[in-house]
Design a protein around this ligand. Sequence first.
Ligand code: G6P
Length: 608
Amino acid sequence: MCGIVGFTGVNPASPILLDGLEKLEYRGYDSAGIAVISDGKIGTAKTVERIRNLIDKTDGGKAVPGSIGIGHTRWATHGGPSETNAHPHLSGNRKFAVVHNGIIENYVELKEKLIKEGHIFASETDTEVVPQLLEKYYDGDLLGAVAKVTSMLEGSFALGIVCTDYPETLVAAKKFSPLIIGCGKGENYIASDVTALISHTRDVIYLEDDTIAVISKDDVNLYDYNKNPVKYDVSHIDWDIAAAEKGGYDYFMMKEMCEEPRAIRQTVDSRIKNGSVVLEDISLTAEDLKKINRISIVACGSAYHAGIVGKYVMEELLRLPVDVDLASEYRYRNPITDSKTLTIIISQSGETADTLAALKEAKARGSRVLSIVNVVGSSIAKASDDVIYTWAGPEIAVATTKGYTTQLSVLYLFAIWAAEQLGTQSKETLAEITESLHNLPNAIDRVLDSKEKIKKMAKHCVDSQSLFFIGRNIDYAVALEASLKLKEISYIHSEAYAAGELKHGTISLIEEGRTVIALVAQEDLFDKMLSNVKEVRARGAYVVACANEGDTAIEAEAEEVIYIPKVHKLLRAAVEIIPFQLYAYYVAEYKGLDIDKPRNLAKSVTVE
Ligand code: G6P
């Protein structure tokens, strides 16, 4: 959600912190700040604008000297965006500066007690209790004070801490929010996300929950809350630096859409051997699968929409009931699940708080958990029984594109593999789908080639107040994601409707000129969709249709038609979404919006 970065070394800290914050800006960007120790004092700089403003304000960091510091980019939860609420927060005696991701759930009672004891609070944040508690419990032993304070905190946190008495030591602590230590030569880092680090180092330590890291420029030591040393492994990240940079595109979102064919190839190709799907990543066996009588998919946002596609595909291929839940609903509704349920968790970041909590809920009830995750070593990956990674590479734009289509690709792989294990489909059927899956990237490449046409079409809805996406079956699942993409980045209201449901209410909103985007890529339902399109047209709708190449009958009923290359009908979502990712992008571009950082949204939602 928010982003944390920290540095200790011999070089000036501020430029490194500001550079890291710029890389993390996609995680939260309503305010930001840095705190750096110099001559035994903490210097700070904050902004309620973008990081660029902080860079200008501090003359590229020169105004905040020192070679140890912490920085934060915020997505407001407790207290609105303001310089006072922006991190880092300082203790009353200005000995400690703290940055924090997550939510300290017991902060109200801690704060009340501290106020009674005479501590004066500047901000409305939950975070500020941490520096104040550190001041209270510090008796010269920094590790001891951090251990005492972190063991008092309820909720979730990733903390970066500096103390003027330890002018070379960076302290980090974590519970339920991600934090990574970057190991350099004569300098070390902390960050909430590898993207802030990879231009400096690829050797990282993923901090475990309930662990404190004491970091100097040459050394990293980890401890538990009893100050016992904790062993750690250093992992090497092989992501390309270029993959985390824009590489000539105006926005990450465009770059990431253009990367979709490659990302799917990376995700799929090594898992198809001699025409069959081989999932070496997982320990789940055919025997385990046979004991399962139901699949439960749990996720948030676009990952949830990928799950809905997964339901259609898996029910068709496996003939097993598949439920799809929003993680935020699942975790609080006493879900019925047990050892006969396979829970599939989907998350690009692997850090979404609701999804992680749902995973734990499912596990506690005896369900085996298989996750589909993009970020290696993320909390969800670590907590799962099995993980199938989407090899999409870093996704920076808030609106997911390659994250979503690679999630679909893994769902397809899993469904084909499971159908083979369960013997629910003939070898010929599975071979046909597998071949089509292998060819998906080529089909997507062709849709990407028609960018300019989609750009022209997008112009029509720039001034719309509201529009509809309609579809049936998998087209309906795609409609949900297409509608979300448009809303997220263009701020135009839209609704996705199961086409057959329109007449049960929402058709009353169709009036002269209302744009209705009809997804008509399921041939078995083509005639049904044609009738729905006629219904809205009769009420004045401006219809944009998306159909398979060759299905030209739709032209008579639509103002505009986008054709997509025909792939196996169960795999169509991955191709059909592409024009609408592009469509949303161009509408936002026409409106002059900040496409990668839509207002109020964050890439990785690590709070409830
Ligand atoms: C946020 C993002 C969405 C994303 C959702 C789930 O809301 O803005 O794009 O789909 O989180 O994220 P995850 O990382 O769990 O897939």
